[in-house]
Design a protein around this ligand. Structure first.
Ligand code: FAD
Length: 306
């Protein structure tokens, strides 16, 4: 998949890089303001879509819906609503999906979710619910012609006994109708690249978009990574070592780290990136800028300026 430096420089800045942004539904008015200022900052970069997560245990059903509905109402962005199978019957999940379709949402990120007791508690499907993400994808495809994204795990899902079993599960999601895989975040690109090759070898031909998380707070991201089964390489820890009480430098390092990761993937031919924004725009905006993305000025506005 390698790119020549010349090809890379042509790629960056020609609109060939596509990005998507993930947000979480806000819990308070203050968080709502922060979310919307991030959306306003990132929207002119024309992401392919923006997704809104569904709280662990299905706890944010209303807030996810309200955020997605507001994105539809107030912006030109294409929202994707995350939906999980946790603690709900098929009928309840189907009703949420139908409601999304009725308000104009055409893209669902279909997930199993984690046990309502947290990721450390063994997942048990709700009796009468969808058993896993593949089952949910199949159910959603029966409801309407949704575009569907599903999750992939370059470092293997923690519940999966083997890498091969995890790949079989990924294939089941695609065979059920998933149109795209978005990966769990990670920091060592070799995991993504191996995963990509294994998926292609398994006959999975849909796009596999790497998930990138900018490191706003190293300790917090390392703790998320441990729960998600993503390793934090020692070289990465060393880069943030000693910066615990120096947020300004930590921020600069975070921008450099994420940009280096994304640029290395561009070298490997990757053209789409999914950013876990954590509802903050600054690092993501800077990384997108370095990837060659520029704000799209509406023609009418541009004419007015001339
Ligand atoms: P699945 O693909 O169904 O399964 C995950 C693993 O469980 C499989 O690899 C397999 O090992 C095992 N498994 C599945 N079915 C079976 C079976 N029948 N028998 C035995 N083992 C089985 N979580 C949220 O709560 N809300 C979100 O908004 C959210 N968004 C996410 C977005 C992305 C891009 C990613 C990568 C993850 C997200 N998650 C979210 C986390 C996700 O819910 C968890 O990782 C969850 O543990 C697995 O979900 P899945 O859809 O990958 O599950």
């Amino acid at each position: 998949m390698a790119n020549s430096p010349e090809r890379k420089s042509r790629l960056l800045g020609t609109g060939e890089i596509d990005v998507s942004f993930e947000f979480f539904p806000p819990k308070s008015e203050k968080m709502e303001t922060a979310l919307w200022s991030s959306i306003e900052r990132l929207a002119p970069l024309r992401p392919e879509f923006v997704s809104v997560t569904y709280g662990a245990g299905g706890t944010t059903r209303e807030r996810t819906h309200a955020t997605v509905a507001r994105i539809l109402r107030e912006t030109d962005l294409k929202p994707a609503a995350h939906l999980t199978c946790v603690a709900a019957t098929k009928e309840e999940v189907d009703a949420v999906a139908r409601d999304y379709w009725d308000i104009g949402v055409r893209h669902i990120v279909a997930l199993r979710g984690d046990s309502a007791g947290g990721p450390d508690v063994k997942y048990e499907p709700h009796p009468g619910g969808y058993v896993n993400a593949a089952d949910l994808v199949a159910g959603l495809k029966k409801i309407a012609r949704f575009e569907i994204s599903a999750a992939g795990y370059p470092e293997k899902h923690p519940d999966s006994p083997t890498v091969a079993a995890d790949m079989d599960n990924l294939k089941a999601k695609v065979d059920a109708g998933a149109d795209r895989i978005i990966t769990q975040f990670g920091f060592d690109n070799t995991h993504y690249l191996r995963f990509f090759e294994r998926a292609r070898a398994a006959g999975i031909w849909v796009p596999i978009t790497p998930g990138i998380v900018p490191i706003h707070n190293f300790k917090q991201v390392a703790s998320f990574a441990a729960k998600a089964g993503a390793c934090v390489p020692s070289w990465l820890a060393r880069r943030f070592d000693g910066l615990e009480s120096d947020p300004a430098t930590s921020h600069l390092v975070a921008a450099a780290v994420a940009t280096e990761q994304a640029m290395d993937l561009v070298d490997e031919g990757v053209k789409k990136f999914h950013f876990y924004t954590l509802n903050r725009a600054d690092l993501v905006y800077a990384i997108c800028h370095l990837l060659g993305l520029r704000e799209v000025v509406e023609r009418s506005q541009a004419r007015a300026v001339v």
